[in-house]
Design a protein around this ligand. Structure first.
Ligand SMILES: [Zn+2]
Length: 106
């Protein structure tokens, strides 16, 4: 059974608001989705970084492969930036929900 983050009362998963204090409860899936994205975002950052390191190492030995690695790394980096925007968007949405619950009822 989950608990209300504000007053500690027992709440059900499908409840939108805490019955005893009125705090808005954030949907569990949304919160989990956010942390999932955040985790993926951190992991995804290693791909372009690794690519750039590889490209730097290939500087002298393999100029053609190096160019390809640089392109792949840059695409990876752009995809990562798009992912960060999604994370910020979901994060702000969660923050508004948290603040909204606090301001509205206190
Ligand atoms: Zn409560």
């Amino acid at each position: 059974m989950p608990y209300c983050p504000n007053c500690g009362a027992t709440v059900t998963d499908d409840q939108q608001k805490c019955e005893s204090c009125g705090t808005r409860l954030i949907e569990k899936e949304k919160k989990e989705g956010f942390f999932g994205f955040l985790f993926f975002g951190i992991i995804a950052l290693f791909i372009p970084i690794l690519g750039y390191i590889l490209a730097a190492l290939m500087k002298i030995s393999r100029p053609k492969t190096r160019k390809f690695t640089l392109i792949v790394s840059t695409v990876g980096l752009l995809l990562w930036l798009a992912l960060i925007l999604i994370i910020v968007y979901i994060g702000l949405d969660l923050l508004i929900q948290i603040l909204g619950g606090t301001i509205l009822f206190f």
